[in-house]
Design a binder for this molecule. Sequence first.
Ligand code: HEC
Length: 223
Amino acid sequence: MSSSSRRILLLCAGMLAAGTIACVAEPGYYGYGERPTPEQIAGWDIDARGIDGVGLPPGRGNVHKGAEVYAEQCAACHGTFGEGEGRFPKLVGGAGTLRDDRPELTVGSYWPFAPTLWDYINRAMPMPAPHTLSADDVYALTAYILNLNDIVPNEFVADRESLPKVKMPNRDNFLWIDPRPDTMAKPCMNGCADPADIRIASTAEGKKLTPRTTGPLDTMQQR
Ligand code: HEC
């Protein structure tokens, strides 16, 4: 038996002797689950950051290859040229509509960063079978969709170097620093307040904000 499991057992035994019903694991551990392997963590850690592309993997893809993969895997829903079939979203167009009553938000008209397009396709598309595309195919699709939006030329090659450098048309309309004074709080990195000293000053209790039910659901519905 490992020394840590022995300590947990001792702790439980002590508590039982004292008449406590709950048995807790060592502080900081919950006594269940297992440590993930580096491979398992790598499987989850797939995000690519929009602003600078940190997290984009190796690989590359061009517009021509992207058109091929897109025709096979995406066009049925998003239209051959990104115009959108039926109610499936358009991926192209909408430039100049953002101030309209019905703005058309697409990758081209709205999205601020090209790496986000890579990230979105990689984690969510094609809708019926996400996580089935290779990194190269996702790069190629990203290049193709940017090209359909006239953001990159036909000879563009998407990779971890080129995507963060693409200037998306709507990028400057996003604010990077929120100037409102009440949002300027910085996250506390050291010398922070002890959570034990933080008191809840007000709750919704007694303010009749949420209807309470004392009995089963039908009692609540009758009220
Ligand atoms: C079965 C239909 C279907 C297929 C096939 C499909 N998509 Fe989608 N796609 C959707 C739907 C539905 C959404 C909207 C999802 C949402 O908003 O939650 C979407 C959203 C998107 C978006 C985000 C659009 C936006 O502006 O919010 C992108 C980019 C995209 N898909 C790319 C692709 C690519 C690339 C492929 C091919 C590899 C693909 N999709 C295949 C249905 C599909």
